[in-house]
Design a protein around this ligand. Structure first.
Ligand code: CA
Length: 221
């Protein structure tokens, strides 16, 4: 799941980048509010945002008001200072889905982000079921009829993205944005290679490619 982190504190930002990446999120980290708005205008593949309120150039509340003004329903968790009760109230009024007071434990942040994702996706639990497969978001594992299936990290992410977006198609650009974020140069055929590997492991009709639309996960039965 692709997460936009907006935090100007270098130490906290580094820690969150590492911790959230470890927890299985694909994290893009920006340090001011204006960059966040620019990113949200050009990238539509974020699944979550962690937004600090005290930011340079444009603060977190301004970003949040802009976001909701655009009718973008991206789940947002605000980071606020301990003594800033007014900020929290203003944040919730402006359309934040949750907030955490600094300092906080990474485990709590991850747990709350997963709740927001589930709410957004309407999933009752952290497990996604499809055919006789079960994908576990927390443990980042996939089982077929209870037996663990060996997937690479990127194959797992690809399957997670396809399942989370079913029954919709995703274009090549959408898939690549969700898979890789901005950090890496992607080899032009990398996505096709991962799709092909995944198809071998899940079955020939598991991933459907439709001309001009892109890819979607196969029907459930
Ligand atoms: Ca700050």
């Amino acid at each position: 799941m692709r997460l936009l982190l907006v935090e100007d504190d270098a130490l906290l930002g580094e820690g969150l980048l590492d911790g959230l990446t470890e927890a299985g999120f694909l994290v893009d980290w920006l340090r001011d509010g204006q960059s966040a708005i620019t990113a949200l205008q050009t990238q539509h593949s974020f699944d979550l945002m962690v937004l600090d309120i005290g930011l340079p150039v444009l603060d977190g509340l301004a970003v949040l008001r802009w976001l909701r003004g655009q009718k973008i329903t991206l789940p947002v968790l605000l980071l606020t200072a301990r003594d800033a009760i007014d900020d929290r109230v203003a944040g919730l009024n402006a359309g934040a889905d949750d907030y955490l007071i600094k300092p906080f434990a990474l485990t709590e942040l991850v747990a709350r982000l997963r709740v927001l994702l589930r709410r957004q996706q309407g999933e009752p639990s952290h497990q996604l079921r499809w055919r006789d497969f079960e994908l576990d978001v927390v443990h980042q594992s996939v089982a077929q009829q209870g037996k663990n299936l060996a997937l690479s990290a990127i194959e797992f992410r690809l399957l997670h993205i396809l399942l989370a977006n079913r029954p919709n198609h995703l274009s090549r650009t959408q898939l690549e944005e969700k898979l890789y974020g901005w950090q890496v140069e992607i080899e032009s055929n990398a996505l096709d290679v991962h799709l092909s590997h995944l198809r071998k492991k899940l079955g020939a009709d598991s991933i459907i490619n439709t001309r001009n639309l892109g890819w979607r996960i196969g029907d459930d039965a």
